[in-house]
Design a protein around this ligand. Structure first.
Ligand code: UDP
Ligand code: MG
Length: 139
């Protein structure tokens, strides 16, 4: 059982394809409460810091260029078992392997352009939330 908080981003490709509304609808329907939210645009440097856990990997350059290529929606979501339940809602990293009905199955274009981010642990959910939001921006 994980904690009550996870962190998500609607990635540039999904924003560009006008999927903010449908994705937020699925998040609401799955029982998550939006605790914080912003529409913003990462710099390349910020994307490199956010994804620093992946530094050195083959996809790091493409990932950070893509994540700074256009606006994103960042949000903190609350629900019991938030991290695991959200990973289930979004589906596998590679949309070809994602379950039917998951956000990535429905809205991703490819592994690199996979529509949404979801934290992989309670610890990272806190680190990622703190990267984007101050205490005053949480409700
Ligand atoms: N990624 C990629 N190629 C890979 C692995 C990952 O382009 O071989 C991208 C993909 O957009 C993924 C992000 O890097 O969402 C972070 O990778 P991670 O393994 O953390 O996947 P996630 O937690 O997002 O499912
Ligand atoms: Mg990850």
């Amino acid at each position: 059982m994980s904690g009550i908080q996870t962190f998500t981003m609607i990635k540039p490709v999904a924003v560009k394809n006008n999927y903010i509304g449908p994705i937020l609808h699925m998040i609401n329907e799955a029982g998550f409460r939006i605790k914080a939210m912003k529409f913003t645009h990462l710099t390349k440097q910020q994307a490199m810091v956010f994804y620093s856990v992946h530094e050195g990997k083959s996809f790091f350059e493409d990932l950070t260029s893509f994540m700074s290529s256009g606006p994103i929606v960042a949000a903190i979501l609350e629900k019991d078992n938030a991290v695991a339940d959200f990973r289930q809602l979004i589906g596998a990293t590679d949309p070809a392997k994602a379950e039917q009905g998951t956000i990535r199955k429905l809205y991703a274009e490819s592994m690199s352009h996979n529509a949404v981010h979801g934290s992989d642990s309670d610890e990272n959910a806190i680190i990622e939330s703190d990267f984007f939001f101050s205490k005053m921006e949480r409700y």
